[in-house]
Design a protein around this ligand. Structure first.
Ligand code: GCO
Ligand code: MG
Length: 402
């Protein structure tokens, strides 16, 4: 069996997606996601110039060997661009293998470990009242787990506050827009928000919060401690993960569960945090961390330390990643939760899929493969439109982490 062509499809139904379609000499094709928010064309170029010429003519059944060829075979390893390109190939090849086997992907991985996959949605508002209303809407939709971000008085465009319901997307400008940050104000406001939410909705729902890399280790420890009475499911990215030693300080001071990893690309980024038991959930995802082949290794390693999965699932990950992640989540023994930001109806139309939502859970379908396709004609109607993620500055103009 041979790979006969590999085509890149870029489409922008409100936001950009990069999709790889691999065709074989047996008429079976597979689809992979290669989207990197705000840097889409860098991955396109890596695929076009370096990856596709190498894989043409290879046997698509040799998923592991092709993964090793693209990872080990490249002297310049790792990083978000390279690993997304590898993920796109890997996911397309798993799609092909599962289609050839006539099985939904989770069966190939080892079969079902659960009936359905708990997901969390994103509720946000400009201040308390709006945020409480937003959480109420998710409760009404049946969600059991809700991530809550709130605007903070005095902070310009605080992270996570959307412009409409359900479809939060921060990448919006040709050049990065400038948002604000003030740790003092956030530390005063965020715990009060969770107090209000527990008063209003009780403790039957899982609540999550994303620090989005904003706090120093000491501030993150303080936030974790202040949030303890509200029993969060997790506090995510409480401090930047470049210096992983920093998590020791956070861990020593709080029992609030910690989640990290949406920007991690390989097991090497995850290893120390997991091995030193500094986190509870690993957020590495299919598209970000080298596809099914590599994410499986991360999850298995995490299982040794009772660290559970919590795959990134923002809307910059296309339905192809969401569909594949749901097969992964259905199989992975140490599953924790899956992030689920809904795609717009235009996006859902371009990527027909067989996963479905019910009572706060997603279910993958039974179609052979990962169950997500692309309507190329429709995709062509939405040409690429450059959009960047914002940057953040403190009140005095100092650059901060967005
Ligand atoms: C999350 C993330 C996203 C990112 C986005 C960047 O937890 O879902 O932090 O909201 O900001 O994926 O492209
Ligand atoms: Mg996040």
């Amino acid at each position: 069996m041979k790979i006969t062509s590999a085509k890149i499809i870029v489409t922008s139904p409100g936001r950009n997606f990069v999709t790889l379609k691999i065709q074989t000499d047996q008429g079976v094709y597979g689809i992979g996601d290669a989207t990197l928010n705000g840097r889409e064309l860098s991955v396109v170029s890596y695929l076009e110039d370096h990856v596709i010429p190498c894989i043409l003519g290879m046997d698509p059944q040799r998923i592991e060997d092709i993964w090793q060829y693209l990872y080990r075979g490249a002297y310049w390893r790792r990083g978000p661009v390279t690993m997304r390109a590898i993920a796109a190939v890997d996911v397309a090849l798993w799609d092909i293998k599962a289609k050839m086997a006539g099985m939904p992907l989770y069966q190939l991985l080892g079969g079902r470990s659960r009936d359905r996959v708990m997901v969390y949605g994103h509720a946000n508002g400009r201040e308390f009242a709006e945020t409480v209303d937003a959480v109420g809407r998710y409760v009404d939709l049946g969600y059991k787990a809700i991530r809550v971000q709130t605007g903070v008085p005095g902070i310009k465009d605080a992270y996570g506050v959307g412009r409409g319901d359900l479809y939060y997307e921060p990448a919006d400008a040709r050049l990065p827009s400038v948002t604000g940050w003030d740790t003092r104000k956030a530390l005063n406001y965020v715990p009060k928000m969770f107090e209000k939410l527990r008063e209003t909705f009780g403790f039957d729902y899982h609540l999550l919060h994303d620090g989005h890399h904003r706090y120093t280790p000491q501030e993150a420890a303080n936030l974790g401690k202040m949030l303890e009475p509200y029993q969060l499911f997790w506090l995510e990215d409480c401090t930047p993960a470049e210096n992983q030693e920093a998590f020791k300080l956070v861990r020593q001071h709080t029992t609030t569960p910690l989640a990290v990893g949406e920007i991690f690309n390989t097991i090497w980024d995850c290893k120390d945090l997991i091995q030193n038991q500094l986190i509870d959930y690993i957020r590495a995802t299919i598209v970000g961390a080298g596809g099914v082949t590599h994410l499986r290794r991360i999850a298995d390693f995490a299982s040794l330390y009772q660290v559970r999965t919590g795959c990134h699932g923002a809307t910059d990950l296309s339905p192809v990643t969401m569909g594949t992640a749901l097969h992964f989540d259905t199989w992975v023994p140490n599953f924790g939760i899956q992030e689920y930001m809904r795609h717009t109806p235009e996006t859902d139309e371009i990527f027909p899929h067989d996963y479905s939502f019910e009572e706060g859970h997603l279910m993958c379908g039974e179609t052979p493969g990962h169950g997500v396709d692309i309507d190329e004609k429709l995709a062509a109607k939405y040409p690429y439109s450059q959009a960047c993620l914002p940057v953040a500055r403190l009140e005095d103009g100092t650059m901060w982490n967005w």
